[in-house]
Design a binder for this molecule. Sequence first.
Ligand SMILES: CC(C)(COP(=O)(O)OP(=O)(O)OC[C@H]1O[C@@H](n2cnc3c(N)ncnc32)[C@H](O)[C@@H]1OP(=O)(O)O)[C@@H](O)C(=O)NCCC(=O)NCCS
Length: 186
Amino acid sequence: MRTPAAWKPPERLHTERLVLRRPHPEDAQAIFEAYAQDPEVVRYLTWRPHHHLEETVAMVARALEDWEAGRTFRWVVVRRREDRAIGMVELRPDGHRLELGYVLARRYWNRGYMTEAVQAVVTWALEQPGIYRVWAVVDVENRASARVLEKSGMRLEGVLRRWSVHPNVSRAPRDCLCYSAVRVED
Ligand SMILES: CC(C)(COP(=O)(O)OP(=O)(O)OC[C@H]1O[C@@H](n2cnc3c(N)ncnc32)[C@H](O)[C@@H]1OP(=O)(O)O)[C@@H](O)C(=O)NCCC(=O)NCCS
C-alpha cells in the first residue's frame, strides 16, 4: 500500500547518540564492512550474508527505490559524531499500520543503541496522522531483539506460528513473537 498523503517520513531523525538518515548509495561499502557479511548479525533475518559488495550495493539501491515508491522507508543508523552506517531501521506502511525492522553491526551491540533508535521511531510514527499501530515480529529465539522491543515499551501480543522464513536458521517457516505499540486515543 502506498504512503498516505497525510504523513511523510523525515529524512533525518535525531536521538541522544544517533542519527537515522535516508540512505545514499555510498553507504553500501560501510554496510558491507560493518554487518552485511556477518552470519551472526543476519542469523534471524530473511536474507543471507553477503559475500560480494555488489549484493550490498543492490540492497541499498532497493532501499532508495522503496523510499521513492513509498513501499518501505529505511534509515541508516549513524553515530552523531561520524557519518558512517552502522545499522538500519525500516518501516513498512500498510494503511494505518507500520511494521518495524532493524539491524545493527555486532561491534555496537548491547550499548542500548537500537532501543534508543526504536523508541524514537515509534514515538515519531504514532504521532503521524492516520497511524495507529507500529508492530514487529521476531524469531522466538532472537532474545536480544525481543528485549529491544520490551525495553521500547512495546507489548507482546502472542506467537505467530510458522510466520517467517529465516533461511540462516531453517528452510521451514519459524514461529515469531509479535509485538506492538498502538495509539491510545482516536
Ligand atoms: C537485535 C539488535 C538490533 C539489538 O541491538 P542493540 O543495540 O544491541 O540492543 P540494546 O543494546 O538496545 O538491547 C539489547 C538487549 O538484549 C539483551 N541481550 C543481548 N543478547 C541477548 C541474549 N542472547 N539473550 C537475552 N538477552 C540478550 C541485552 O542484555 C540488552 O538488554 P538489557 O538492556 O536488559 O541488558 C542487534 O542484536 C542486532 O542487530 N541483531 C541482529 C539483527 C536482528 O536480529 N534484528 C532484529 C530482527 S527482528
